[in-house]
Design a protein around this ligand. Structure first.
Ligand code: CDP
Length: 231
């Protein structure tokens, strides 16, 4: 069967990663979480005194980029590939609210995007890939055969992320999670380089009222129709 490229973009915590992963598993495609790459660079910046609450050393970040090596690797028994930063599995560390608070400023930097987009494009060379993020249908794979744009109300998204963080055992306040989502929505949509915007040919799905099953079947149907050339 022909393999296609599927780009799933949208706001924070819209369930993009969940549906992208389900779709990739079902179709036997590779799943790439592009947000994990921006989060890993952010973790590096936090660990190397590049970004904190009161400073952001952009020059040092740019100089450090060649020494930041990112890799996805999956072991038998893992549900999904983990991201490795300079050889270390940081999959869990990159999901904290603290990383979420610094990631959008890091993602505005042109040189960071240049490096990560090039790596993402390489991963998609052979098609058969589902990638989720903010600029996948617009910048990374503008020719993707299927583009989905996911949305849901900010309150609903904050509720979902709050639950995820509590389930992980992170002590966070709902108001802080909501504020982070609103701040990132703002920064991601207003940045100069590759802002979050729905590609002209993307299909928008608002999943505020959908459960995971409905969402998966809606997207799967679109993928099957696209692969069969019906849409
Ligand atoms: O999981 P969540 O939806 O909260 O976010 P994510 O996909 O892990 O992405 C984290 C942040 O990385 C976003 O808020 C963006 O600032 C940035 N990002 C980006 O700029 N471009 C992408 N393709 C993916 C993420």
């Amino acid at each position: 069967m022909t393999k296609i490229t599927i780009a799933i973009d949208g706001y924070s915590s819209t369930g993009k990663s969940t549906v992208a992963k389900q779709l990739a598993d079902y179709l036997g495609y590779v799943y790439v979480d592009s947000g994990a790459m921006y989060r890993a660079v952010t973790l590096f910046a936090m660990q190397n005194n590049i970004i904190s609450k009161d400073h952001f050393d952009i020059v040092k970040l740019k100089e450090s980029l060649p020494s930041i090596k990112l890799k996805f690797h999956k072991e038998v028994g893992w549900q999904k590939a983990h991201i490795f930063l300079n050889g270390k599995d940081v999959e869990s560390k990159i999901r904290t609210l603290e990383v979420s608070e610094f990631v959008s400023p890091i993602a505005t930097i042109y040189e960071v995007r240049l490096k990560l987009v090039a790596q993402q494009q390489l991963m998609g060379l052979e098609k058969g890939v589902v990638m989720d993020g903010r600029d996948i249908g617009t910048v990374v794979f503008p020719n993707a055969e299927l583009k989905i744009f996911m949305n849901a109300s900010a309150k609903e998204r904050a509720q979902r992320r709050y639950k995820e963080l509590l389930d992980r055992g992170d002590a966070v306040a709902f108001e802080d999670v909501l504020k982070n989502i609103e701040d990132r929505d703002y920064m991601d949509t207003t940045r100069e380089d590759s802002p979050l915007v729905k590609a002209a040919d993307a299909i928008e799905i608002d999943n505020s009222e959908m459960n995971l099953d409905d969402q998966f079947h809606t997207v799967l149907q679109l993928a099957k129709d696209r692969i069969a050339g019906r849409i």
